[in-house]
Design a protein around this ligand. Structure first.
Ligand code: PBG
Ligand code: ZN
Length: 324
């Protein structure tokens, strides 16, 4: 292509702040953000998570007032993770009527009825081995696990969860959960599938946050980060199984995947800026290497630009308080 200069001078539209904002192509607002939270049972004090400066485990006894604070700041949705003291081989606490999963949704919905509660639907924080399902020898038993996911989803919906968000990375989990919800009368409860979930080292700090007992890794069920075609296939399978919305996780290192899925599906698409992404920004800023607020806005803006409609981020509350 021959040079279009001097006719083409892109700098004409960048000369001042008003020009720049007029021609800005993407942006995000509080409406697009979901705040992930960790709720621990049987404790009285907040527990700071060292590898995620600024994030704390919330004592279950303080959950109601904490969520009221989020709502006042303008947060519209939370993704809930339980930190359980009742571990067993299958994670059976998750499908007890009065288990932690149910209590978290009930508490939030009675404190702030309009808060959209997305209930992370998995077992790794409730199993004594830390894997995301029932073990069969050294492997997670897929079909036994998806049956249990259905039970957990029904309990969460019964407790008031607005959205079921299965993160176990089992084949057929969306189909099994949809069938279980429908059979229990929850035909109106949507499924936000963690549809393309990579076996990422960026989940490191989450293990501390969630108190995971995991020894090995999740590579036999979560995806190989090097696979682009398979990433698309995974999300399209979840769409075919009846997912109401799709998700890519992690977000920042997977913008190409977000774009691929955006172009191949008409479902709403979320992206999860995970614990390691949060930690890198926080520690980088603490060391004086980067400007935290600008990097947060740039990374979240880039995730939107890539094609995400909504973003799960631990920065949501900071952004709400600072007016973004
Ligand atoms: C567990 C789960 C994980 C995250 C969300 N749900 C960890 C994992 O899969 O090992 C990661 C979230 C984060 O790192 O912020 N199913
Ligand atoms: Zn899990």
């Amino acid at each position: 292509m021959s040079s279009l200069f001097p006719a083409a001078r892109p700098r004409r539209l960048r000369s001042n702040e008003n020009f720049r904002s007029l021609f800005q192509e993407s942006e995000f607002t509080l409406n697009d953000l979901v705040l992930p939270i960790f709720v621990e049972e049987e404790i009285d004090e907040f527990v700071p998570i060292k590898s995620m400066p600024g994030v704390q485990r919330i004592p279950e006894s303080r959950l109601a007032q904490e969520v009221e604070r989020y709502a006042r700041a303008g947060i519209k949705s939370v993704m809930t993770f339980g930190v359980s003291h009742h571990l067993d081989a299958t994670g059976s606490d998750t499908w007890q009527e009065n288990g932690l999963v149910s209590r978290i949704s009930r508490t939030i919905k009675s404190a702030v009825p309009e808060m959209i509660v997305m209930s992370d639907t998995c077992f790794c924080e409730y199993t004594d081995h830390g894997h995301c399902g029932v073990m069969h020898g050294a492997h997670v038993d897929n079909d036994a696990t998806i049956e249990n996911l259905g039970k957990q989803a029904v309990m969460a919906a019964r407790a008031g969860a607005d959205v079921i968000a299965p993160s176990a990375a089992m084949d057929g989990q969306v189909k099994a959960i949809r069938a279980a919800l429908d059979a229990a009368g929850f035909t109106q409860t949507p499924i936000m599938a963690y549809s393309t979930k990579f076996a990422s080292a960026l989940y490191g700090p989450f293990r501390e946050a969630g108190g995971s007992a995991l020894k090995g890794d999740r590579k036999s069920y979560q995806m190989n980060p090097m696979n682009r075609r398979e990433a698309l296939r995974e999300s399209l399978l979840d769409e075919a199984e009846g997912a109401d919305a799709l998700m890519v996780k992690p977000a920042g290192a997977y913008l190409d995947i977000i774009r691929d899925i955006r172009e191949a599906s008409n479902l709403p698409l979320a992206a999860y800026q995970v614990s390691g992404e949060y930690a890198m920004i926080k520690f980088g800023a603490q060391a004086g290497a980067i400007d935290e607020h600008r990097v947060v806005r740039e990374t979240l803006g880039a995730i939107k630009r890539a094609g995400a409609d909504l973003i799960f981020t631990y920065f949501a509350m900071d952004l709400a308080l600072s007016g973004i």
